[in-house]
Design a protein around this ligand. Structure first.
Ligand code: PBG
Length: 324
């Protein structure tokens, strides 16, 4: 149909018409809120690189978890920043580690909220890499056992789902194996299957104190130029037992989200990462953009591309806005 028979503006004329034909709608159900746990009590330390985000001691984590639940968000994902780091990331799988304590406190206080944990070693190693370092290289196979032990300890503390973000080959199978052996066959794995070596993680590395002390993460995270490889990574993780496939970051990778949504039949998650968040906040601080509006627009774009769930630092603000 051509103009003048078709006039696209007819159905854009009123808010009611626009609501009637809107194809993509956001809801609180779409979001997972990331939180950063630190040792101590009554700690709420602003993260300079991420305006509006904080490092929180367990008591404040519980408050934030409650706020997320009250805003209608189904889950949070916890990151831990330990007091001490070492070569073997001991704090990652300690039964009294920071994430383990945060998980059990949240599950006790807000049992109806799902608690997901980020499974990685980089916040716990003194060199800041996501695996064990041998002779200056990140040793894939030596890291698998530690990652699996980390996931198990999170689940033993009460985690409802684990999310490995380290990008070692074979870790999903290793984690599935240990969880099944220990009687946790019901715990799902959300794999950061398609995680690119991205500069958009910059602000997070300050938040989680996990910048690599030498080299970079390009030997394990994916090359931003690749798309077929994303399908390969996702397929491998599905074979190994992943229940949800994540793409990370989100905004520069909407084509990857779209492609995976077409090619795989598991839920696809997208991580709207720290750099994406902070750039928008910075733009607002400069007075150049309305952060609320561009955040809403970008979250819609991520969902429109095909994401079934979105990890975002804006989760609570946006869910409240959607609730009116
Ligand atoms: C840990 C991890 C990172 C992020 C999530 N888990 C950092 C990294 O890989 O360097 C980034 C999250 C964000 O930027 O918001 N491996």
């Amino acid at each position: 149909m051509l103009f003048p028979d078709y006039r696209g503006r007819r159905l854009r004329a009123t808010d009611n018409f626009r609501r009637m034909i809107r194809e993509t709608k956001l809801s609180g159900d779409d979001f997972i809120l990331p939180l950063f746990a630190v040792e101590g009590r009554a700690v709420k330390k602003p993260i300079e690189s991420m305006p509006g985000q904080f490092q929180l001691s367990v008591d404040h984590i519980v408050d934030q978890a409650r706020a997320a639940r009250d805003a209608g968000i189904p889950g949070v994902i916890l990151f831990g920043i330990p007091d001490k780091k070492d070569g073997l990331a001991t704090g990652a799988y300690a039964s009294d580690g920071i994430v383990q304590k945060a998980v059990s406190a949240v599950k006790e206080a807000v049992p109806d909220l799902s608690v997901i944990t980020d499974v990685c070693l980089c916040e716990y190693t003194d060199h800041g890499h996501c695996g064990v370092v041998e002779k200056g290289c990140v040793d894939n196979d030596a890291s698998l056992d530690l990652l699996a032990r980390t996931a198990l300890s999170h689940v033993q503390a009460g985690a409802d789902m684990v999310a490995p973000s380290d990008m070692m080959d074979g870790r999903v199978a290793e984690i599935r194996g240990i969880l099944d052996d220990e009687g946790f066959t019901h715990i799902p794995i959300m794999s950061y299957a398609v995680k690119y070596a991205s500069a958009f993680y910059g602000p997070f590395r300050q938040a989680a104190e996990c910048a690599p002390q030498f080299g970079d993460r390009k030997t394990y995270q994916m090359d931003p130029a690749n798309s077929d490889e994303a399908v390969r990574e996702a397929t491998m993780d599905i074979e190994e037992g992943a229940d949800i496939i994540m793409v990370k970051p989100a905004l520069s990778y909407l084509d990857i989200i779209y492609r995976l949504r077409q090619e795989i039949d598991l839920p696809v998650a997208a991580y709207n990462v720290s750099g994406e968040y902070s750039i928008m906040k910075a733009g607002e601080m400069m007075g150049w953009v309305n952060a609320k509006e561009i955040i809403m627009e970008t979250l819609i774009s991520i969902k429109r591309a095909g994401a079934d769930l979105i990890l975002t630092y804006s989760a609570v603000d946006v869910a409240r806005e959607l609730n009116g």
